[in-house]
Design a protein around this ligand. Sequence first.
Ligand SMILES: Cc1ncc(COP(=O)(O)O)c(C=O)c1O
Length: 397
Amino acid sequence: MAVATRLEIAERISRISVSSTMKVAADAEKLRSQGKDVVDFGAGEPDFPTPDNIKQAAVRALEQNFTKYTAASGTLELKQAVCERHAQDFGTSYQPSECVISVGGKHAIFNLTQALVNPGDEVVIPVPYWVTYKDVVNYAGGKCVFVETDEEQGFTVTASMIEPHLSGRTRFVIINSPSNPSGAVLDPGEFDKIYRLTSSRGIYLLTDECYCQFLYEGRPFSVASLPGAQENVLVAGSLSKTYAMTGWRIGFALTPAAIAQAMNKLQSHSTSNPTSIAQKAAVEALRGPQDSVVRMLAEYRKRRDFVVERLRRIPGVRCAEPRGAFYAYPNLGVALGKRGIQNTLALCERLLEQALLAVVPGEAFGTSQHVRISYATSMQELERGLDRLHEFVAGLD
Ligand SMILES: Cc1ncc(COP(=O)(O)O)c(C=O)c1O
């Protein structure tokens, strides 16, 4: 006779939660499938199609039957292309042995964390943070140490804010500039100070460069370009946003070779190689013309200006100016405590149900009065969604 199977999920899964950005997307999708006209500011992905030259490279890969396994950490050709682009953009000198190609930037950060964090180790994370950092650190058994930032200072973090949070157990500090969710950008001078602080203590600095090309002032900068920094800096990169390739799932890490080898070992027993065809497309993205990136950035700038202006017109709403990426992170504290709305989770639920507007609650990013608005959507949708937000907030009084 069969015995009832014991349904018991492993303890490490209980340390993580479903990504709240993905939950917002699923809730919005559910309403849409019921025929509701939802405006979606939740999705953190470009609304532009993948540029044609990149798509054509994938077609060629298929025609040439480039459809088999590749090396688990990616093809040599793509690693070279990643190192060359990083050298060209930032003046670094990475070798393919220091590069791992992963299934998106998220995978690179996951594998890096698995390779470096032992149970009880600490990882320092400025607030507000991208949701995934917390979960990947918890999954590895590490401890997140959060550094609060100041909205009045545009949510930027400084070396002196980080210093008191470092300990003998700190493995790395994560900096994400431009930031998801706040759009905050760290100036090269402050990056340098943070690098000197961490490297003087034998602590790695993980720089998440996912949005590095989407900067509204100044030139893109990588902390790995500072003299000697390649020893102490871990770069996590992604093609997802830069080339509007979210679905292709190509990201990378640039790290000291021993760490790249450890990540490769893990990858070889989990995902194996990222999709062969997507790797060929990624080579074209990195080596081909870069004008689509410039065009997208110009469009995001227009939208940023529009969104910030419209948000600031809503009575009681504050919004720090995003200096990069494609998110605004307004303070909607004015809506809290009204009509039973106790926190931004409840606020976002109400916005979705009553105003048919999807935004992500600030609780997901570690702050209690904000929501994240992705402006990687058309001007027309931005206009409709901001009308709804204005009307909803004004109607609470
Ligand atoms: C800050 C940040 N880092 C990394 C990623 C990873 O992107 P992907 O896994 O799609 O390459 C994202 C995606 O939203 C992000 O916002």
